[in-house]
Ligand binder design. Structure first.
Ligand code: C2E
Ligand code: MG
Ligand code: MG
Length: 390
């Protein structure tokens, strides 16, 4: 089998040699240069991985990233710098925006282990710029049918106390099982619903099923809570607080056991209605959670004008909590901020025990993520509970 090809560009000769040595030991065919100008002679469409120092005289790493994108490069990138971490992050964001797969961002000095780890992240299929054929994805018309044909259903992901690991509730997450195309992600079909006037129907289904499930749990002796995601487009219906209250009553559950998760989006045009509805939900006893905090439109201003009871730190920060100082700082500040404002904090995307432990040290209240439990159908909750020891 042909060896994978790795190209190192670093104006520090010693460093270029060091990376080249580690890569050769790891079984790569290595091309290496300490002259950035030579990059274009060495780079070819055969190059699998480019290891790049961001700060170089003459041409900098950002320019090389742009050139790679212009050449429609399929190579994956490892970015290195001896300087600021924030520049490394910006370079990573730029590369990803240009559809270049970034295997790692490494802060110098770099250990051989860190490099080997980064190499091991390489998977050929991920690096090719494959974009799923739009034709393969279901249409709005199929989504309309899916609602009528009961192809949508809810799964539930546990949230636990970080201090004592006890169960604190579940987030209801929507799934679509397409008869031919299999499982379709809500990341795809929620925006599709929002763009095609289907979000109200979907929301009606989600709210009803989630509240119903909570009623079933509570009558069965599981005294728990549920979090429901709500599209900002729904927050234009002034009757919503009354409707949800009636629904809760019908299923014998107290609104204080239901949390509504929202994010603001660019599409939130009527801010007055948005604040009106959320405030009345809160006054009726529902919990209000600001989802994906720290990204997109989940802003600080929102915290002042909406009476949130909970803040969810976005997955992107939690996933890198152990390895990235900036993500750790943002998480710490989010926790402090939430507590100052009297809100509880949930970390989402907890994928290992070390992250869970560190969140405990940082004072985070609740955790949610694959390490604790994946989103699962209601039938699987019992067996999850018996395997989750606290
Ligand atoms: P979200 O509300 O921020 O939900 C968290 C997402 O992170 C879920 O993806 C969940 O499966 C995923 N997740 C949980 N733990 C981990 C982890 O440890 N690692 C990783 N990598 N991911 C984790 P999902 O279910 O695909 O949902 C995506 C988004 O779709 C949700 O983001 C939410 O914005 C939206 N959504 C889902 N269900 C509904 C719904 O019923 N109504 C509305 N309006 N939006 C929904
Ligand atoms: Mg959510
Ligand atoms: Mg989220």
């Amino acid at each position: 089998m042909r060896k994978l090809e790795l190209l190192v560009v670093d104006d520090e000769t010693d460093f270029a040699e060091f990376v080249a040595d580690v890569a050769k030991d790891a079984g790569f065919r290595v091309l290496s240069t300490d002259d950035p100008a030579e990059f274009f002679e060495l780079y070819s469409s055969e190059t699998n991985i480019v290891v790049l120092d961001l700060f170089m005289p003459g041409i900098d790493g950002i320019e090389l990233i742009r050139h790679l994108a212009d050449k429609n490069s399929k190579a994956a990138l490892i970015l290195m710098s001896g300087k600021s971490e924030s520049v490394l992050h910006a370079a990573q964001a730029l590369a990803e925006e240009l559809n270049i797969n970034v295997l790692a961002t490494l802060q110098k000095p770099i250990l051989p282990d860190e490099l080997e780890n980064a190499f091991s992240m390489y998977a050929p299929e991920q690096s090719s710029r494959y974009v799923a054929g739009v034709d393969d994805m279901p249409s709005a018309h199929e989504l309309r049918q899916a609602i009528d044909r009961d192809e949508l259903f809810l799964v539930f992901q546990p949230q636990v106390s970080i201090a004592d690991r006890s169960l604190r509730g579940f987030e209801a997450l929507l799934r679509w099982k397409h008869p031919d195309k299999g499982m379709i992600s809500p990341g795809y079909f929620i925006p599709l619903a929002e763009e095609n006037d289907l979000i109200a129907d979907i929301s009606t289904y989600t709210d009803k099923s989630a509240v119903e499930q909570l009623g079933i749990w509570q009558r069965g002796g599981l005294n728990t809570r549920i979090s429901i995601n709500m599209s900002p487009l729904i927050l234009t219906d002034l009757e919503l607080p009354e409707q949800l209250t009636t629904q809760a009553k019908e299923h014998g559950v107290d609104p204080s056991n239901i949390t509504i998760e929202v994010t603001e989006t660019a599409a939130t045009v009527n801010i007055a209605q948005y604040i009106d509805i959320l405030t009345r939900l809160r006054m009726k006893g529902f919990g209000l959670s600001i989802d994906d905090f720290g990204t997109g439109f989940s802003s600080l201003q929102q915290l002042v004008r909406v009476p949130f009871s909970e803040l969810k730190v976005d997955i992107v920060f939690i996933k890198k909590l152990l390895v990235d100082n900036e993500c750790r700082s943002i998480t710490e500040i989010s926790i402090m901020l939430a507590h100052k404002l009297g809100m509880a904090v949930v970390a989402e995307g907890v994928e290992d025990e070390a992250t869970f432990e560190l969140l405990g040290e940082l004072g985070c209240d609740k955790g949610q993520g694959y390490w604790i439990g994946r989103p699962m159908p209601a039938e699987e909750i019992e067996s999850w509970r018996s395997s989750w020891d606290h």
